[in-house]
Design a protein around this ligand. Sequence first.
Ligand code: URA
Ligand code: SF4
Length: 189
Amino acid sequence: MKESLSLEIIQQNVKTCKKCELCTTRKNAVPGIGNESADIVFVGEAPGKNEDLYGEPFIGTAGKRLDDALENAGLTRNNVYITNIVKCRPPNNRVPNDTEKSMCNNYLEDELKIINPKIICLLGNTTFSSILGGKEISKNHGKIVSKNNRTYFITFHPAATIYNQKLGEVFKNDIKKLVNELQKIKHMN
Ligand code: URA
Ligand code: SF4
């Protein structure tokens, strides 16, 4: 009998995955983490150094920025689900290439199918362009986009706010706006 898909199974499959070259340089693959019935899924680019060391997404400096923005908007990691388009760290944190992105895509698709969030928050240019073919996050941040029965919210990557305090404020405002948009969607249903 075919086992039904669960986040746990995806996690196991990611941890042992060897579908692309990144498996040869990673220390740990980094599956998504969080609430199976989350209304919001955050999608980053790829694990960095700390994530690779510990096998958990967004636990370094960028993760701290994300946590701060979540808290500021009245959310915690327990309310949401956090993942990446590519689950293994690219060497020297380079941008993942098209092969890596397409090999890894089924994991994100499966995560989204199981969780079926009300909003998917895309963090930064790589994610925005990979998933929606968009560019110029500075012009498009804070926007809602609907595509193929899914609702996306576009914002900066939290890493972009580390040395830019102004952008940090913009990012925090975006995350608040995201929570407002979620409330609107919930009231419509
Ligand atoms: N940056 C990302 O895009 N994802 C992580 O998990 C950590 C840093
Ligand atoms: Fe597998 Fe994705 Fe890691 Fe490549 S990046 S080895 S496809 S989990």
